[in-house]
Design a protein around this ligand. Structure first.
Ligand SMILES: Cc1cc2nc3c(=O)[nH]c(=O)nc-3n(C[C@H](O)[C@H](O)[C@H](O)COP(=O)(O)OP(=O)(O)OC[C@H]3O[C@@H](n4cnc5c(N)ncnc54)[C@H](O)[C@@H]3O)c2cc1C
Length: 556
């Protein structure tokens, strides 16, 4: 069998090596139009910031090693330009020798990835404007920084790659301005969670413009001027565009392979395209969203690698289905870790899936052991059976393991009730006897069982102040430092002695720092005969960041 692969990085390389492990006799050729195969895309921003110091570390596998260990023929600087499905041939352009030739295949795997989106903005074609996708892009950015020593940079678009660039350029002493079209950064997050990162950017002196876009860049001798749709003009030395990627479907379209409604190559659940001899994997394909079943584009390295392996299995007669992508992702933003899995609230609304949500802010490990920090979890779950639909976690430590537990729970089809029962590793330096994941499960279960009625942060501004009492149950010293406008203070520990101060004919909204003392107060009041009570979900740790100004302009 002769198997040709287009693209030699995440999806392509993992398909090739799996094919070889399954079939020692197959002829396998990878065609890669760039210089490198199997490079670490995900490490590129960290080479720019010099956390990764050697360029060689970015190359995980060389063509030579691929040949020696796997007997795979790797053709770099070879671009596949056409697929002749009738003849089962591809047309290849040998870039270095400027020659075209054809190659037959029995099976073809397309793993051409995605390309950065560059909006048609005047001035975006200048030499100080960059995108980041591969090693040559990385070297170009690094060389620019080393040569010109820019003092200011504009990052257009605050997705994962944009935010990694922000941190790594900042590390080089460059003052950063982010321009983001949406009203928040990092689309996988919902606004409350994004607001925690917005506040962190303020601490790091990163300028953030939301609901704005670059409409033109005027280049002067010593600087560039980014002109925004708001009318603001920002002087900068360097511009990085990180507004997202689009699937690389040129070849597939030319060969009349079916393209899905979201613009990626359409595949069945065995990763076969509309041609039964052609498979496609990675960023170029449309996948089904694991939660909703809707088609989507979810460009991540883990799924691309898994799909490469599955396509190889299917080609070698081991039937295997791809179950969909749940979008588990993680990102370092300065001192914070930001992670998400499953659907966020925006997606659940768009897909018409009913949900309930909880916010918890737990300590990353036992509070009595030094160094504990807050882990904030937003959990989304079905109001009917409690099935977990998504989670977002932000914190300074211990975020990675919690998101992986929740990602696994989603794969296992678990409910919030089952999160309560998870027996997770505990010793004081690592966790608490009730891990933040258990806590999220307890809170969500209490909501569903009706032990605890909650109100979310976005409803506080809409309450009827005449008919409602806002009751801050924190310690007076905390109350003095700032509370929700109009609130009165009765600390939870003094509540039983002060019940006469709470009018029985009013609705009661309780709140505390993170929701726990509010819950205790709720249980006291309910059992003392108070009726219409709600506790603010996530307390002021959710409410304050979300209701503050999100953008952060003119700080440089
Ligand atoms: C800077 C950066 C950081 C990232 N960080 C993360 C992260 O932290 N976590 C994560 O999960 N994901 C991350 N990603 C995304 C991840 O790298 C991709 O999802 C993954 O690489 C997709 O694999 P792929 O095989 O589909 O495409 P790619 O890895 O992009 O490989 C496609 C290859 O195909 C080649 N090609 C295209 N067309 C042709 C043709 N016609 N002929 C020959 N060759 C062709 C291209 O040159 C390219 O090398 C990051 C991406 C970037 C750019």
């Amino acid at each position: 069998m002769k198997i040709l692969i287009v693209g030699g990085v995440a999806g392509g390389a993992s398909a090739a090596t799996r094919l070889r492990r399954l079939d020692e006799n197959a002829e396998i050729i990878i065609f890669e139009r760039g210089e490198f195969i199997s490079f670490a895309n995900c490490g590129l921003p960290y080479y720019i910031g010099e956390t990764i110091k050697s360029k060689n570390k970015l190359v995980v596998q060389s063509p030579k090693k691929m040949q020696k260990r796997f007997n795979i023929d790797v053709k770099t600087f070879h671009e596949v330009t056409e697929i002749d499905r009738k003849q089962k041939q591809i047309m290849i352009h040998d870039i270095k020798n400027d020659k075209n030739y054809r190659e037959n295949y029995d099976k073809l795997i397309l793993a051409p990835g995605a390309a950065p989106i560059i909006p048609p903005v005047e001035g975006f074609n200048a030499p100080n404007v960059f995108t980041l996708r591969d090693i040559p892009d990385t070297l170009a950015i690094k060389q620019f920084i080393d040569k010109y020593k820019p003092k200011k940079a504009v990052v257009v678009g605050a997705g994962y790659i944009g935010m990694e660039l922000v941190e790594n350029l900042h590390k080089k002493g460059i003052a950063i301005t982010i321009i983001e079209l949406a009203d928040q950064i990092l689309a996988p997050l919902d606004p409350e969670m994004a607001s925690l990162v917005h506040q962190h950017l303020k601490e790091k002196n990163v300028e953030l413009y939301l609901k704005d876009a670059v409409k033109e860049v005027a280049h002067q001798d010593n600087y560039s001027l980014a002109k925004l749709t708001s009318g603001k003009e920002i002087k900068t030395d360097l511009i990085l565009i990180g507004i997202g990627v689009r699937p690389e479907v040129t070849l597939a379209k030319k060969a009349s392979l079916e393209i899905g409604k979201r613009g990626g190559i359409k595949v069945d659940n065995h990763l076969k395209t509309s041609d039964s001899d052609i498979y496609a994997v990675g960023d170029a394909i449309e996948v089904s969203d694991y939660i909703s079943g809707e088609q989507g584009l979810i460009p991540l390295a883990g799924p691309a690698n898994k799909q490469g392996r599955i396509a190889a299995n299917n080609i070698c007669g081991i039937s295997e289905k791809y179950d969909g992508t749940q979008g588990t992702s993680i990102l370092k933003v300065f001192d914070m870790t930001v992670a998400a899995t499953g659907n966020n609230e925006k997606l659940l609304k768009r897909f018409g899936i009913s949900y309930e949500k909880s916010f918890t802010h737990s300590a990353s490990h036992s509070e009595y052991y030094p160094g504990a920090q807050t882990v904030s979890i937003k959990l989304l779950f079905s109001p009917g059976n409690g099935k977990i639909l998504g989670a977002q976690i932000i914190g300074h430590q211990g975020v990675d393991k919690r998101i992986d537990v929740l990602a696994t729970a989603i794969r296992a089809g678990m409910t919030v009730y089952e999160l309560e029962k998870l027996e997770l590793a505990y010793a004081p330096p690592y966790s608490s006897a009730k891990d933040p994941v258990n806590m999220a499960g307890y809170v969500a279960s209490n909501i569903l069982k009706g032990d605890h009625a909650i109100i979310h942060w976005d409803k506080i501004g809409k309450i009827d102040k005449e008919k409602t009492i806002l009751l801050d149950v924190r310690h007076p010293s905390e109350f003095k430092q700032g509370t929700i406008e109009g609130a009165i203070n009765i600390p939870v520990d003094e509540l039983r002695d002060n019940l006469d101060k709470i009018p029985k004919n009013k609705k009661i909204i309780l709140f505390c720092k993170q929701g726990l003392r509010g819950y205790i107060a709720y249980r006291i009041l309910v059992q003392k005969g108070f009726k219409d009570i709600k506790n603010l979900s996530g307390g002021i740790l959710t409410y304050f960041p979300t209701t503050q100004k999100q953008s952060n302009m003119d700080i440089h």
